[in-house]
Write a protein that binds this ligand. Structure first.
Ligand code: HEM
Length: 300
């Protein structure tokens, strides 16, 4: 699902909302000048107002752009271009180091300003509520996208151009197919390993010559691999559900494979050199695994 569709779905922005907003367009035009003046009066109370809007020229530019943004709310053009514009505003604010709570507080002021316009110009309670609800939705969407420039995780991704949107859409579909393919292959691998595990037991039961020690080691090795493939499968399924992939599961899979070899070779005295090399590799992987877990814990 693209970002536009996601936003529409999450905020339940309906065609009725869009037409409610469009119906307020003339009223918005009439009040646009008083909106920018009152808003600037409101934000002039913030500490650092003069630091951010440091000259008359910058203040006037902000007022002009603010007016365009305000009128856009009622333009009935809710598309990718619109999201890009909002994202850009958020980026400009983030670049100048504007605290995000200033934006949230200002949005609260804008909400009250618009609600009071509705209450002054509409008598029917039901209509007032409908219009206020649509206003709340568009302002919440604006706030969400603007402040997402301040946060790294879970932000709405808004591409900078249409080509980028198409490329991202295509690659995310491809990546989804690869993920589904990987999960299917992993299921197949787990089944094969399970088969190996069962066949080792059968071989031992049917063949009285096979060594008990060898069979136990083989079964243990197969169990080890089965356990790590299961972990890998779980991580891949989590990734399909949109969570991050834990790379350290790959390291544990490699360690399990090496440990299995060590277990098998340990029964053959002439392979002691190989066992030592494999042991060293497991040690290196163990250190990498430990370092990765350590950095994950620090991030939390
Ligand atoms: C919801 C609240 C706000 C909205 C909708 C808004 C809107 C905008 C817009 C449309 C721009 C132009 C972005 C561009 O160049 O593409 C902008 C830039 C800017 N905003 Fe805001 N703004 C808000 C709050 C604030 C606050 C609270 C401050 C400071 C106290 C502020 C300071 C600035 C500054 C300094 C710029 C860059 C101006 C320039 O150099 O052109 N904004 N804002």
């Amino acid at each position: 699902m693209g970002t536009l569709e996601k936003v529409i779905q999450i905020y339940n922005l309906t065609d009725d909302d869009i037409s409610n907003l469009a119906s307020l367009k003339d009223l918005a035009k009439k009040n646009a000048n008083s909106f920018v003046e009152e808003l600037h009066k409101f934000i002039s109370n913030f500490d650092n107002y003069s630091k951010f809007l440091s000259s008359e020229e910058i203040k006037n530019r902000h007022k002009e752009k603010l007016k365009l943004w305000f009128l856009d709310l009622f333009n009935a053009q809710f598309n990718e271009d619109y999201l890009r514009k909002i994202k850009k505003i958020g980026e400009v604010h983030a670049q100048i180091g504007l605290p995000s709570h200033y934006v949230s507080a200002t949005m609260n002021f804008i909400r009250s300003f618009l609600h009071s316009i509705v209450l002054e110009n509409y008598d029917v309670y039901h209509r007032q509520e409908e219009l206020k609800l649509s206003i709340d939705k568009i302002l919440d969407i604006n706030l969400d996208i603007m402040t997402s420039s301040y946060i790294d995780e879970n932000q709405f991704y808004v591409a900078k151009s249409k080509i980028e949107t198409n490329i991202v859409r295509l690659s995310s579909r491809l990546s989804y197919f690869f993920d589904v393919g990987l999960v299917s292959l992993l299921v197949l691998t787990s089944l094969l390993i399970f088969f190996l595990f069962v066949s080792d037991i059968f071989k031992f039961l049917l063949n009285s010559n096979s060594s008990f020690e060898h069979t136990v080691i083989n079964i243990l090795g197969a169990m080890l691999i089965l356990w790590t493939v299961r972990e890998l499968l779980e991580e891949e399924v989590k990734r399909l559900k949109g969570k991050k992939f834990a790379l350290n599961v790959f390291i544990s899979l490699a360690m399990a494979a090496l440990l299995r070899k060590i277990l098998i070779f340990s029964l053959e005295p002439q392979k002691s050199e190989e066992v030592a090399i494999l042991g060293l590799l497991v040690l290196v992987l163990g250190i990498v695994y430990w370092l990765m877990n350590l950095s994950e814990q620090k991030k939390q």
